[in-house]
Design a protein around this ligand. Structure first.
Ligand code: F6P
Length: 362
């Protein structure tokens, strides 16, 4: 297949480094491979609506360091798209627009949902290549994802800052960290920031066990504790978090605040230490990408352009060590990379005596 004209879209939650990736794909296809490139606005919504913008060397300049995505994004899925009052399968419209835009290939930069949608479009006959981006680091078959490193730094710096105030006030500070259903961000930031307790969705926690580890710290003369908790971490026994007989109300759109707030209150009751809650939220996703994410995005983007020039589609451009790998898209779609309990980060946390919410006999 001879790829002459490429479209780029960004789908799902934004993540730092997306603009670096758009820039890399765009510059490499234009300058190295002599192709044309256009941007599609607001993810798959823009493909269905036919919203296209031209991209050239000028529009791709000056975006390397910018957070967010110059193309805009959305969580819309072509096969289940809200159109006014109704939810409709718009795959056929997406396919028509792809042809109306005279595209030979479509580059989708997405997370878990984005990969599932891209795979559907692949099955519908579009030539698709994906780049893994999400601060959650939960995409299968890639070493890491664009945005994770930046978010990890933000969360780590936040824990650093929370230490001094927790220490001064002899408090527990619970800090809620993003990550969807994977604990990478929380575990990484907990290790890097020296949190005392780290709670991840892969290890449902025991409240009394956490309280006891905090009490032991107090008895040892450390009257403060930092508890880093993933947004979707849960207790093994939901009743542990009931307050006055009621269980917390949780909604992802409200940043899972109910469960984390209940955790904070229950720890205060059980330890008799004052406890405070900090939800990092969208601070983790916003702002300028780290040097690592800029380099990663540039590497993956350049490899993506090479794949297109070779006529290879139906793949995700994965990070593999210092190199890249082309992984069949169908092997990635629908998979989620959570933290394996035998992962070296878990072992290191256990070995240094960090409380992971449950006794670990691994
Ligand atoms: O997938 C990235 C992520 O930031 C998750 O960590 C978080 O759960 C979710 O997106 C928030 O999504 P939204 O931007 O739709 O509120």
């Amino acid at each position: 297949m001879n790829v002459r004209r490429v479209g780029i879209l960004t789908a799902g939650g934004d993540s730092p480094g997306l603009n670096a990736a758009i820039r890399a794909v765009g510059k490499a296809v234009i300058t190295r491979h002599g192709m044309h490139v256009v941007g599609i606005r607001d993810g798959f919504r823009g493909l269905v609506d036919g919203r296209v913008v031209s991209l050239d060397s000028d529009s791709l300049a000056g975006i390397l360091t910018r957070g967010g995505t110059i193309l805009g994004t959305s969580r819309d899925k072509p096969h289940r798209m809200e159109m006014g009052e109704r939810t409709i399968d718009m795959t056929e419209r997406a396919r028509e627009n792809y042809h109306n835009m005279h595209l030979d290939a479509l580059v989708c930069m997405g997370g878990g949902g984005g990969h599932a949608s891209a795979n559907r479009l692949l099955k519908a006959g579009l030539n698709v290549v994906t780049l893994p981006k999400t601060i959650d680091n939960d995409i299968a078959l890639t070493d890491t994802t664009i945005g994770f490193d930046t978010a990890l730094s933000v969360a780590t710096e936040s824990i650093d800052r929370l230490h001094s105030t927790a220490h001064s006030h002899h408090r527990i500070i619970v800090v809620q960290i993003m990550g969807h259903n994977a604990g990478w961000l929380t575990l990484g930031a907990g290790l890097a920031g020296g949190a005392d307790v780290v709670l991840i969705p892969e290890l449902p926690y025991d409240l009394e066990f956490i309280a006891e580890s905090i009490r032991q710290r107090s008895l040892g003369g450390r009257g403060f504790s930092i508890v880093a908790v993933s947004e979707s971490a849960k207790p093994h026994n939901p009743d542990d978090l009931s307050i006055d007989g009621a269980l917390p109300i949780d909604e992802p759109t409200f940043e899972y605040a109910g469960t984390t707030l209940a955790l904070t209150r229950r720890l205060e009751e059980l330890t008799r230490l004052e406890a405070r809650l900090t939800i990092l939220g969208y601070l983790q996703r916003g702002g300028t990408p780290s040097a690592f994410d800029r380099v990663l995005a540039t590497r993956l983007g350049a490899a993506c352009a090479d794949a297109l020039a070779n006529g290879t589609t139906g793949v995700m451009v994965a990070a593999r060590g210092e190199s890249t790998d082309l992984v069949p898209l169908h092997q990635v779609a629908g998979q989620r990379k959570t933290v394996p309990l035998d992962h070296p980060w878990v072992a290191a946390a256990r070995d240094i005596g960090l409380c992971l919410g449950v006794p670990l006999d691994l």
